[in-house]
Design a binder for this molecule. Structure first.
Ligand code: SIN
Length: 534
């Protein structure tokens, strides 16, 4: 359903994006709280990045306070000093209930032979606490359950509609301007708008993210001056299959959790496979450089029942002619998860009244400098629900809680994790430039190659500076506004990439998923968020 939305049709809540975070918010708003809710997604509802998430959902389901505290401790350790402790506390405390909600909604997680939920261990987790569905098809199952619920409860669905920009009137977000499936522009108006558009993995040539992951929500926020932070922390998954397909098939952490080993070109092990993934990705990248190879090996030959336990991975491997029972699997790091995004308080409120954010689009402070494996589906469920609970309770935000403290008080000294203003010069848009479809595709590839080689696992002032030059030269060929979705996606990638590079250049230290070869050590001066806008 689309077209110009008349005032009488103003929604209570418009959710932009259809991954786990957005749909969790939409279901709760429509079904539990009775809000008139709309969802706008740029593909079909079930095509969001969530469906690609293999594993899993981390949660201390026993409810034992010690186990919950251990989940908190593991998350903080992975986040390398930049997690917001209050946000992580919310995540680990509320996570188990949100998982139960999902099970009540019909999501089916894997059980062991005695009928108990099967729990796996992954990198950075000190105990087994990760739920999977269909072996490594967790996101697909969660998406299935949520899409079904949203289709039967939402008042308005705009599928294959592209959000162009935020409608900001009298200092408040009133919805978005968008293109419908036929290319006609319309306004989707709402009292509250939730951005849940996922991440920007398409910034990189080597990524596990699908083509839709173009940072649209974060780019709209940047364009409107809404605060964003932590964008330099883009997490690289250590074990994507080294194969030409795009997105790269992921060989889940769960394989290492079940005993798969990493081996270098001589067959030697070189890292503890269950360390947090920033550490493992760096170790692999060092081997790639030292041994002048483009992959290392994942040895899963010792794993029993591979095909029944991991049917989707087995199918991916069969497609490229690999047999995990007898062959080592070629793997290399790939861009996987955006740890930063639009700054929110503990309820998902942004610095713009009426605008909320959740999931990978947001910076709640949960992930800090490096996300703990399998915390992102959980973050989407927990904070998606909190957004609508806060709206229903009449909250308008932002409150000085969670990561928002750093945005509201950037420059103040007395915060646990301070905020420092990031200064990013304007992009030299071509304004009236016309750009053909093939040229858009060529420039997108140029951007992706640049980001992978110059702003990947290892970065330096030289490589980041050179990448900024490329991004600016791409911007100069582009109009900053367009009614062509592919051009808009490229504009969005350029906006997000530019801020990522500027933040990476400004952060002269190595921390979590941001590794500077010219500043290899962690610096206490940088125990802060770099905040743009707000
Ligand atoms: C994986 O299964 O390795 C991916 C899970 C995640 O990104 O948290």
């Amino acid at each position: 359903m689309s077209g110009v939305v008349a005032d009488s049709e103003v929604l209570d809540l418009l959710v932009v994006g259809s991954g786990v975070a957005g749909l969790s918010a939409a279901v709760r708003a429509a079904r539990t709280l009775g809000l008139r809710t709309g969802v706008l997604s740029k593909a079909e509802l079930d095509q969001a990045t969530t469906r690609w998430a293999q594993g899993g959902v981390a949660a201390a389901l026993s409810g034992d306070p010690e186990e919950i505290d251990l989940h908190l401790a593991d998350t903080l350790a992975a986040g390398a000093g930049l997690c917001d402790v209050d946000a992580v506390r919310v995540l680990v405390d509320e996570g188990p209930t949100r998982v139960e909600d999902l099970i009540a909604m019909g999501a089916q997680f894997d059980h062991d032979s005695e009928g108990r939920l099967e729990l796996a261990r992954e990198g950075g987790h000190s105990v087994a606490r990760v739920l999977h569905a269909g072996g490594a098809a967790t996101g697909l199952e969660i998406e299935r359950a949520l899409v079904e619920a949203v289709r039967s409860t939402a008042a308005v669905l705009h599928e294959r509609a592209f959000a162009l920009d935020l409608l900001v009137e009298d200092g408040r977000c009133r919805g978005v301007r968008a293109l419908d499936a036929t290319g006609a522009s319309f306004e989707a108006r709402a009292r509250h708008t939730v951005l849940a558009t996922g991440g920007a993995g398409q910034l990189f040539a080597v990524t596990t993210n699908p083509p839709v992951a173009t940072g649209d929500g974060v780019a709209m926020a940047i364009a409107a001056g809404v605060a964003v932070a932590d964008l330099e922390f883009f997490q690289f998954h250590p074990t994507a299959l080294a194969h030409q397909s795009m997105p790269r098939p992921l060989l889940s952490e769960a394989l290492r959790g079940h005993g798969a080993l990493l081996r270098d070109s001589s067959g030697e092990r070189f890292v503890d496979e269950l360390l947090p993934r920033d550490v493992v990705s760096r170790a692999i990248t060092s081997v790639l450089l030292d041994q002048r190879v483009d992959h290392v090996w994942l040895d899963a030959t010792g794993l029993d029942h591979f095909a029944t336990r991991f049917p989707t991975i087995a199918a991916d491997l069969a497609r490229v002619g690999l047999d995990p029972a007898t062959e080592w699997l070629p793997v290399a790091p790939a861009a996987h998860h955006q740890c930063g995004g639009i700054v929110t308080d503990l309820n998902g409120a942004t610095t713009l009244p009426g605008l909320w954010a959740c999931g990978e689009t947001s910076c709640t402070g949960v992930h800090g400098a490096n996300r703990l494996a399998s915390n992102s589906l959980l973050e989407g469920m927990v904070f998606g629900a909190r957004v609508v609970e806060a709206i229903a309770a009449g909250s308008d935000g932002p409150d000085p809680t969670g990561a928002m403290r750093a945005a509201l008080a950037a420059g103040e000294e007395d915060l646990v994790i301070g905020g420092r203003r990031l200064h990013v010069g304007p992009l030299p848009w071509g304004r009236d430039a016309r750009i053909s479809r093939p040229e858009v595709a060529a420039q997108r590839e140029r951007l992706q190659r640049t980001m992978t080689t110059m702003a990947g696992v290892l970065r330096s002032a030289e490589s980041l500076g050179a990448a900024i030059d490329v991004v600016e030269s791409i911007a100069a060929r582009l109009p900053d506004q367009s009614d062509d979705p592919r051009t808009c996606e490229l504009v969005n990638l350029v906006r997000v990439g530019h801020v990522l590079l500027a933040a990476g250049l400004a952060r002269t230290e190595s921390r979590g998923s941001h590794t500077r070869t010219d500043f290899p050590d962690l610096s206490e001066d940088f125990r802060c968020r770099l905040v743009l806008g707000g």
